[in-house]
Write a protein that binds this ligand. Structure first.
Ligand code: PMT
Length: 226
């Protein structure tokens, strides 16, 4: 059995990708399958944590022993994160959250009009859940972990994002056409707000998850003295 270094801890994990509806049949979405977030949930349970998994559109079975809340949009995910994070020891934002959503929702299916150019789609900004949770720790010593999906200048962009979001740890993974999103494996560097850098080579998403929990378990016990 795994070490029980998360026993007695309440861990909140977001997984999957938000979908921002345009009309009753269409949405703006992304390629997240939820596999990374679900692997985090399974490995946290194995280490003794009480786990709340906030799942955005992942077509995966609910993991055993996990309290699963299903959400659709970024705004719904924000509400679920804020509710679940109250009093939680750890919050991990593994979900791919849409930065923007369509300004308007058409209650009827958008139709193409013969002889007309398509209508433009206007976008408005979504709330930044990770920045909000990081700024507003609901419990002293709460550990907040973010992910960063980057396509270039991965580490430099990761450092900037860590500072901007204000979390304790940022898991930076490089994404590509068939890389990371949807696959069984991942490769990442864990950037700590304390300046630490932990590379995790290409391998199963469970292995990356366990390395994240190694770092988080240390941060949580350090926070016990706060
Ligand atoms: O689900 P899989 O197929 O297994 O793929 C895993 C993954 C690639 C989705 C995952 O490993 C990952 O990188 N998740 C974060 C994707 C993402 O949205 O990255 P970002 O760089 O756009 O966002 C940075 C961080 O801010 C993330 O923790 C994100 O959850 C959070 N965020 C982003 C926008 C927003 N409006 N609110 C947020 O909280």
């Amino acid at each position: 059995a795994a070490v029980q270094d998360l026993a007695g801890r309440h861990v909140v994990i977001s997984a999957g990708g938000t979908r921002e509806p345009l009309d009753p049949v269409r949405f703006l979405g992304n390629r997240s399958s939820g596999k990374q977030g679900y692997a985090l949930a399974r490995t946290a349970v194995a280490r003794g944590a009480r786990v709340t998994l906030l799942s955005a559109n992942a077509a995966l079975p609910d993991p055993a022993g996990v309290d699963v809340v299903h959400v659709g949009t970024a705004v719904e995910l924000r509400e679920a994160v804020i509710r679940a994070a109250t009093g939680a020891d750890v919050v991990v934002m593994a979900a791919a959250v849409a930065d923007f959503r369509p300004e308007t929702y058409a209650t009827g299916k958008i139709k193409k009009k013969d002889g007309h150019e398509p209508e433009p789609i206007f976008l408005v900004r979504n709330p930044d859940i990770l920045a909000e949770i990081s700024a507003d720790r609901s419990r002293p010593g709460q550990v907040v972990v973010g992910f960063a999906a980057e396509t270039d200048d991965v580490l430099a962009n990761g450092r900037k994002k860590l500072a901007r979001k204000g979390c304790d740890l940022l898991v930076v993974n490089e994404v590509g056409e068939r890389k990371t999103f949807g696959s069984e494996e991942n490769e990442a560097v864990l950037l700590g707000a304390d300046g630490s850098e932990t590379p995790v080579p290409y391998g199963p998403k469970e292995v990356l998850s366990d390395t994240i929990w190694d770092v988080v378990a240390r941060l949580v016990s350090a926070g016990d003295t706060l």
